[in-house]
Design a protein around this ligand. Sequence first.
Ligand code: SF4
Length: 352
Amino acid sequence: MISRRKTRSVRVGSVVIGGEALVSVQSMTCTRTDDVKATSAQINRLEKAGCDIVRVAVPDLRAAQAIGEIKKRITIPLVADIHFDYRLALEAVRQGADKIRINPGNIGSGERVKCVLDAAGGKGLPIRIGVNSGSLEKALLKKHGAVTAEALAESALEHVRMARAFGFHDIVVSIKASNVPCTIEANRLFSRSCDCPVHLGVTEAGTVRSGAVRSAIGIGTLLAEGIGDTIRVSLTADPEEEIRAGWEILKSLKLRSRGITLVSCPTCGRLQTKLIPIVNAAEKAFSRQTKALTVAVMGCAVNGPGEAKEADIGVACGRGSALLFRKGKIVKKIAEKDILKTLVKEVEQWQG
Ligand code: SF4
């Protein structure tokens, strides 16, 4: 059982980050934000996949001005991602964004940062202060000699101190680097000194496979230590993949449950069934399910019956046939050709 670090709670639209709230799953759209139709369609697909909070890039005024129209077409909270130009943050606030993400290091003077904080504070919106290894302030780079965990944590702490000095307290902090040990250490250092809720991620993580592994190690290590209140898995892929990977991380640590947890054997020389295509097809068939359920698909009699019994629904394969289990009890024997069909039917019955 993971004991989570106590953080302040911050409300982002209908979702709370920090405090007692469950760890939320985030993603970012990859459409042009000023293409309202495409962006809101992608957000609605992300919501169906399990996205709690979505972020959109705001590179220019047209993107900022599109936020109001996008908000009318979606239901999950929307975060505006702003770099360099503080006026875009002001417009995003006007348009009804639920949170503003800025990197104070590239927004410019303290006065400009204060303008953004005042605008957000006036509407009760939180700010995410995002510190990124690629845009560390020059003074800190000089002081630490390189992008180190200490430098990243110091940058985040300094930004929080400045925001609080301006009377702004609804802050979420992220410290991201593409170097996983550096990300882990920087977040540990920061979390020892500050009670702001933390958004976890490994930046520029990579493709579906390598990025998900890197993120699972970076995000998973911190979550297992009780650090982290919201997560985003960054992948060079369709953002729905980010949501799937994020949920797998949370499910693995028993921090949240959703949809089908598929347990399947790695296969070995004892296998007498064509198991891999069955499992892949089952994973695809179950991808839209939302109710938490464990399904085990096992290859033979060695671990098969044991795992199949532990799951809500299980099959333990033999030669040309399999035993179907429901909550640990054998229900019937099924032919190999009917395994997938039977599993899909069983899951649908459970989902109601
Ligand atoms: Fe091999 Fe059977 Fe274990 Fe699958 S369940 S890995 S087939 S021993």
